[in-house]
Design a protein around this ligand. Structure first.
Ligand SMILES: C[S@@+](CC[C@H](N)C(=O)[O-])C[C@H]1O[C@@H](n2cnc3c(N)ncnc32)[C@H](O)[C@@H]1O
Length: 230
């Protein structure tokens, strides 16, 4: 990767207020390199220019790191041991980026397309990321539970929570990465799901609007399901 990409990443991290060490920054650039090189074979992303990929994919995903850390702290979850599922992860966005930035969080990236899950597995091995794995499955078929279930460019909020409801731990949270605040999608959510925060994001170098829609299972829904605290 060129020095200018490394500089651009460094600038982006500074703008986001994220302190990642040299090893983490090198891993992010190596991941970008993998994405760029394997894009044609795996059809991972429509964005092909490395500089654009840095902004649209890496920095876009890195923008949720600080909010994620704050949320885990609020949940009383030290990052160590927290389990995160990235639904419809494709080439590992945001899952691989979050795994690099938060080495104590255990990240699973699930996708229905085998070659995408395989790509994540290959990246995890090549970059020596023991806390990330690619899972080839429909999210509806998974049986484990997770503290945080996230997605980016995946589905409407209603479909996202419907398909991943069974894998969210009773006290867990959904972290949906969205563009503009999706008022209509929020209005279409079932009563068993409550939005507790809509968090605006600023992505360095990106003009477009971004936000996180934080959701959890409504208290009555957890009680009805006989849920217990994690
Ligand atoms: C538009 S891509 C987004 C990829 C990535 N999150 C990103 O931001 O670049 C949506 C992905 O969801 C996957 N997908 C669709 N339905 C799924 C399901 N039920 N379970 C798991 N993955 C699914 C697709 O195979 C596709 O890779």
């Amino acid at each position: 990767m060129s020095a200018s990409l490394a500089d651009a990443l460094h600038e982006g991290l500074t703008a986001l207020g994220l302190a990642l060490d040299a090893g983490q920054q090198a891993a992010l650039l190596a991941y970008l390199d993998w994405l760029a090189r394997w894009n044609r074979v795996y059809n991972l992303t429509a964005v092909r220019d490395p500089r654009e990929m840095l902004t649209h994919h890496l920095l876009d995903s890195l923008a949720v790191v600080a909010p994620l850390r704050r949320q885990l702290a609020a949940m009383g979850q030290s990052q160590g041991g927290a389990r995160l599922l990235d639904v419809g992860s494709g080439g590992g966005l945001p899952g691989v980026v979050l795994a690099i930035a938060c080495p104590d969080v255990q990240v699973s990236c699930v996708d229905t397309v085998a070659k995408k899950a395989l790509f994540v597995q290959q990246v995890a091995a090549a970059l020596r990321l023991p806390n990330v794995r690619g899972v080839h499955a429909r999210v509806e078929r998974l049986t484990e539970t997770f503290d945080v279930v996230t997605s980016r460019a995946f589905a409407s909020l209603a479909d996202f929570v419907h398909w991943s409801g069974a894998v969210l731990a009773p006290q867990g949270v959904w972290m949906a990465m969205k563009g503009k605040v999706p008022h209509e999608e929020m209005a279409a959510l079932p009563p068993a799901v409550s939005v507790f925060h809509v968090e605006p994001l600023t992505v360095p170098g990106l003009e477009a609007q971004r936000c996180i829609v934080w959701m959890r299972k409504a208290a009555h829904a957890v009680a009805d399901a006989g849920g217990e605290s994690t």
